[in-house]
Design a binder for this molecule. Structure first.
Ligand code: AMP
Ligand code: MG
Length: 472
């Protein structure tokens, strides 16, 4: 099988990237090919599982038509400015145009050092690769815009972290890998020509209706507001919302220390490196807006006279709050079974959430439990929930089919940390069964099924994972 790559990013000027082939590995071994995604891209899943394509995913063969390159970008990491990051362990192989005309990047992550690697080894461990595979595919099944996992392979080489772990490579698919940090890279260098080209490229690729830099800023603002509202509605914590990890396409990208809430609390943090809670669950909308402000400031030099440009850009990103609130309320209305709109709906949801925080209620199980009449059992003290329930039942009175609305909005199965860790532990010991089973369960998250028994459970006290780590 050959892929008809059409590499639009590689046609941008040379200062956007560094061309380089992947670094071959000792012994490529297939972990998984994502059949559904392969078909969506118009690729033959059988061919992708053949030795020829396993070699491609491992970086041992560059397919015809690919133009491998490491993308340049900068970024704010935990608020601190880093003028040059770039793909230090990833390579864009090329772009695939699906049968419906949609364009996708195909990227290898863990494919060896590049000029952007700084002190890193350019490699990825099996654990982080499986984690990204599981969680990104779960997010896709939950209806969240996200990068996807097309394949995972082992390398037959060890990667040294604190101890030696098996090495792996993820073949990642994305609408693009262009980040807020890509704009920052050129803005920091005063390269207005490159910024103009990048604006044109991103508009053509992601927002064909947008007009100029201001139109682009408005479109990215709206897309991010919708994305973050989705995360919030599922209890998802990204964990490392640096500007280099925010894709301008509006897809979730870079699943490092991400996690789903078990017990609900707005201040919840999992990431071991997020010492001050900058990327806590409840801070995510604010951080997204902060990142958009960085994007806005990059675009100013393209927007004419400074005073009016600042005013227009500020106005554009200030619409984030309205977009976010509207989407948040739309999603949470459905989560509590409402298909109609009434004045007191937002406070009704807020009141449930504050009782959940107090009662340490499991986020996913409580919302699903509303439809299955098991929500009260999620609260340490069911009293406050009973009070809310009475109010809620009164509001449900005129609703046609609230149970159906709730079942469609509240998943049974999410990639809970303890399950992800269990799958990684088994795979590291050579058993990929739990990894495949978990993926199969998460592929249909809204459908309770007997064969998935136990996967809806919250972690037992001894099972809870309280710390997650970066992809490295
Ligand atoms: P991430 O935390 O994966 O978003 O990566 C942040 C930056 O560190 C990017 O520039 C990556 O390319 C780089 N990086 C992360 N891990 C490695 C690694 N193992 N080797 C080289 N560069 C890395
Ligand atoms: Mg990153």
């Amino acid at each position: 099988m050959t892929i008809a790559f059409d590499n639009s990013y590689a046609r941008l000027p040379e200062r956007f990237f560094v061309r380089q082939p992947p670094v071959a590995v000792a012994e490529p071994g297939l972990v998984a090919v994502n059949r559904g995604l392969a078909e969506r891209l118009g690729l033959d899943p059988e061919a992708l599982a053949s030795p020829d394509w396993i070699a491609v995913f491992a970086g041992n063969r560059v397919p015809e038509g690919a133009a491998p390159l490491a993308q340049a970008y900068a970024g704010h990491q935990f608020g601190g400015w880093v003028p040059q990051l770039g793909d230090g362990r990833a390579l864009l192989l090329g772009e695939i145009v699906a049968p419906d005309g949609a364009r996708f990047d195909l990227q290898l992550k863990g494919s060896g050092p590049t000029p952007f690697s700084r002190r890193g080894d350019g490699r990825a461990g099996l654990g982080p690769v499986l984690r990204e595979y599981i969680v990104s595919e779960a997010m896709a099944a939950l209806g969240v815009p996200t990068t996807r996992a097309l394949a995972a392979v082992t390398t037959g080489e060890a990667v040294w972290r604190e101890t030696p772990i098996p090495g792996a490579v993820l073949a990642r698919v994305a609408a693009s890998h262009i980040r807020v940090g890509t704009f920052q890279y050129f803005a920091a260098r005063g390269d207005t020509d490159a910024l103009g080209l990048l604006v044109g490229h991103v508009i053509a690729r992601h927002y064909p209706g947008a007009e100029g830099p201001l139109g682009l800023l408005s479109a990215v603002t709206a897309a991010q507001a919708r994305l973050i509202a989705r995360w919030m509605s599922l209890g998802f914590i990204h964990g490392v919302m640096n500007t280099d990890n925010m894709a301008v396409s509006g897809e979730t990208i870079d699943y490092g220390p991400c996690a789903f809430l078990d017990a609900y609390h707005p201040a919840k943090v999992f990431s071991s490196i997020d010492q001050f809670g900058r990327y806590a669950y409840g801070n995510q909308p604010q951080i997204a807006l902060w990142n958009l402000a960085q994007l806005a400031s990059c675009l100013l030099p393209l927007m004419g006279e400074e005073g009016p440009a600042i005013e227009a850009a500020t106005e554009a990103i200030n619409r984030f709050a309205d977009h976010y609130q509207a989407e948040w309320l739309r999603l949470f209305r459905a989560k509590i079974g409402l298909a109609t709109e009434a004045e007191g709906d937002a406070p009704l949801v807020a009141s449930l959430l504050s009782r959940m925080a107090e009662g340490r209620a499991d986020f996913t199980r409580t919302f699903r439990g509303l439809a299955e009449r098991t929500a009260a059992a999620e609260f340490a003290d069911p009293g406050p929930f009973a009070g809310w329930e009475a109010e809620w039942r009164a509001r449900l009175a005129g609703e046609a089919d609230p149970v159906a609305v709730m079942r469609a909005a509240n998943p049974v199965y999410i990639p809970r940390n303890h399950r992800v860790e269990e799958a990684i532990r088994a795979a590291t010991a050579g058993d990929f069964g739990p990894f495949h089973r978990l993926n199969a369960v998460l592929a249909r998250p809204f459908e309770r099924r007997p064969e998935a028994e136990g996967y809806d459970a919250a972690p037992l006290p001894g099972e809870a994972v309280t710390r997650t780590f970066c992809g490295t």
